[in-house]
Design a protein around this ligand. Structure first.
Ligand SMILES: Cc1cc2nc3c(=O)[nH]c(=O)nc-3n(C[C@H](O)[C@H](O)[C@H](O)COP(=O)(O)OP(=O)(O)OC[C@H]3O[C@@H](n4cnc5c(N)ncnc54)[C@H](O)[C@@H]3O)c2cc1C
Length: 600
């Protein structure tokens, strides 16, 4: 059986060498994020992940959350206690404002910690993840009264938060939201309607749950311009901060799912018993805009779920491959007896693929986190704007690509286990089942890809996309200029991927306006092409740093050699897919649409 151990060496390498922790920690308000403090935080988080969350992952999956009479929900054994310990340790408020009891740390630090939670117990972390989003929306757009009433408790984790967007007829298309919010004349509203698929919409962790709900006021315009955002607590809060009357929001049932069994996915009924009291966040009809503030961060976090699952599936596969003995390893010592399967070249190929994708998606996510920190805190206006536009471009890639890759990696993890991978006992199958939701919630891969081709590429005529391609080309040129054949080989493939990305942008910008159906048919291929290219960019940078440190006789030589070998594998075995995706973007759309709907 494998136990999760946080990949601290790689996390630290990526944070320091690629994402620029030292620069981030100089931003105003982040001065406490010194290398020593960050290292201590990561050590503590890794202990909590290994000792508390990892052992609950399998038991939580088997037991699952259970709906009980009266609309109560029981979480699996040990989860409530783990949540209390999590909050007591201060993990809930890591990035949140010190004004409300948070620790005000950079996103870059939080993302490494969050990756550990996702690796060790994805279902557990969904509750804090959604709470973070709800805090964010109230903090950025809520009135002072809403902030004072809800934020200290939510930052401490005493109350949790949810995101209530989805309704039976409104999933990807939130314009179809029907939940009604009727003003009461006293500044409050009463909400009526049904929300489905609400993560941790009901549970037994805490006494109160703060729902962030999208709804329409009576005279609201049609479509997305008529949606408002409300805070609807499970229990109303009295003037002195104590809990008051039970509000009219009730959990009707929870879903039976393929994975993340320990995370209750609730159907919530609003207003069946007279109306659920809600408080408007910001202004009427601007709810979707506010929700997108939450969703940006939530999408980034779901991308990290892909990284976390990849890492966990990889660790489990390596442990099994070392133990399981089967057949003779081809090409090794003649007459040797049977060998552990890690000696088979095809198993090595799978482990190397898992490792390379995990490292690449991690690096891409952490670099994006550093951009988010700069977008919020950099004192220079131009630097802030540049970081924001880069982060905006990257978020659909982090979300869409890392989760698609997470599924592939989890599936390879099953394959490495052979038949035992299909048997629940080894835990490999759970990673694949859990990974399956990550490409769906917070906007499917298709929705991320639509965002990437539209708002993130066509809208600025490919300016940011081409600027990123330019950065990739610079790294490719540095690699090519080195007198080392491994680095040069990486540089060649990276230059080719940058050219593929540029060709796809050049095609996409006019196609988006002139042939939108064809452009959209190639959107996911476009997203995957970009994922591979930016992954290659970061792997190339990592190889350069590793080579420099080796040349200077610094650092852990084994780790640094492995970095270069993994980057080389990524460049030779994975990055060439960028060319195939570029071909699909440019030539595949017409064929995808060739058959009429009736022909299927
Ligand atoms: C376990 C779980 C937890 C969830 N948690 C929450 C939560 O906490 N809060 C919440 O509000 N929601 C939550 N959701 C809902 C989730 O966000 C939606 O399921 C998701 O956004 C997709 O919507 P849908 O299921 O209605 O699918 P649909 O929108 O019906 O999509 C079906 C298919 O059509 C495609 N599609 C739809 N529109 C387009 C388009 N314009 N272009 C291209 N393709 C398109 C999709 O990509 C997908 O493949 C959760 C869902 C699950 C299963």
């Amino acid at each position: 059986m494998s136990t999760y151990h946080a990949p601290l060496a790689d996390m630290q390498f990526v944070m320091n060498e690629l994402a620029g922790l030292s620069q981030v920690s100089k931003l105003p308000g982040f001065e406490d994020a010194t290398p020593d403090t960050v290292s201590a935080i990561l050590d503590e988080a890794s202990k909590f992940a290994t000792n508390v969350l990892d052992p609950l992952n399998v038991t939580g999956d088997r037991e699952g959350a259970v709906w009980q009479e009266g609309g109560r929900v029981k979480t699996p054994k040990g989860f409530k206690e783990a949540y209390e310990q999590y909050c007591a340790n201060g993990w809930n408020g890591l990035t949140k404002s010190t004004e409300f009891g948070g620790q005000g740390l950079p996103q870059l630090v939080a993302c490494a910690v969050e990756e550990m939670w996702h690796s060790s117990n994805l279902a557990f972390d969904l509750c804090p993840l959604l709470t973070q989003g709800a805090i964010e929306a109230i903090e950025l757009r809520g009135s002072q009264a809403l902030k004072d009433t809800f934020l200290p408790k939510m930052v401490a984790g005493t109350w949790t938060g949810t995101m209530n967007l989805t309704e039976p007829q409104a999933g990807s298309d939130l314009a179809a939201v029907r939940t009604r919010a009727v003003p009461q004349g006293d500044g409050t509203y009463k909400l009526y309607g049904q929300k489905i698929f609400i993560t941790f919409g009901e549970h037994d962790y805490t006494e109160n749950i703060v729902h962030l709900v999208l709804a329409r006021t009576p005279d609201a315009p049609e479509g997305v311009k008529g949606i408002s955002l409300f805070v609807v607590p499970k229990f109303l809060v009295d003037a002195d901060g104590s809990l008051g009357a039970r509000n009219d929001v009730h959990c009707v049932s929870i879903e039976h799912k393929l994975g993340i069994h320990a995370s209750p996915t609730a159907v919530l009924a609003y207003g069946d018993r007279g109306g659920a009291v809600g408080y408007l966040v910001g202004e009427e009809n601007r709810g979707l805009e506010y929700m997108f503030i939450m969703m940006n961060l939530a999408r980034f976090s779901v991308g990290l779920e892909g990284v976390g699952i990849s890492e966990r599936a990889y660790q489990r596969a390596v442990a099994y491959a070392r133990e399981r003995v089967q057949g003779r390893a081809v090409g090794l010592e003649k007459g040797a007896k049977t060998a552990p399967i890690i000696e088979h070249p095809d198993i090595r190929r799978m482990l190397m693929t898992m490792r390379a994708y995990t490292e690449a998606t991690r690096a891409v996510a952490y670099v994006t986190a550093a951009a988010l920190d700069n977008a919020h805190r950099n004192p220079d206006d131009a630097a802030r704007a540049k970081a924001q536009s880069f982060a905006d471009f990257m978020i659909p890639i982090v979300k869409g690509w890392s989760t698609e890759v997470g599924q592939d990696v989890a599936s390879l993890g099953v394959q490495v286990h052979g038949g035992m991978g299909f048997i629940e006992e080894t835990g490999a199958a759970q990673h694949l089942r859990d990974a399956r939701i990550t490409t769906i919630y917070e906007g499917t891969t298709g929705i991320q890809a639509n965002d990437l081709i539209g708002r993130k590429t066509a809208r600025d005529s490919g300016a940011v996309a081409n600027a990123v391609a330019g950065e990739i080309e610079k790294v490719a040129a540095h690699l090519a200029a080195r007198g080392d054949s491994a680095l040069q080989a990486i540089g060649v493939q990276l230059a080719a991927a940058a050219a593929d990305a540029r060709a796809a942008v050049e095609w996409m910008v006019p196609a988006y306006g002139q042939r939108p159906r064809v452009a959209h048919a190639g959107a996911v291929a476009y997203l995957k092409l970009w994922g591979l290219a930016v992954g290659g960019w970061q792997m190339g940078r990592a190889a350069l740093v590793a080579a420099e440190r080796l040349a200077a006789g610094e650092g852990d030589a084994q780790f640094l050699h492995a970095k270069i070998a993994t980057a080389r594998y990524y460049a030779d075995a994975l990055l060439p897919q960028a060319g195939a995706f570029a071909h699909t973007v440019i030539h595949g759309g017409d064929s995808a649409l060739a058959l009429a709907a009736e022909a299927f």
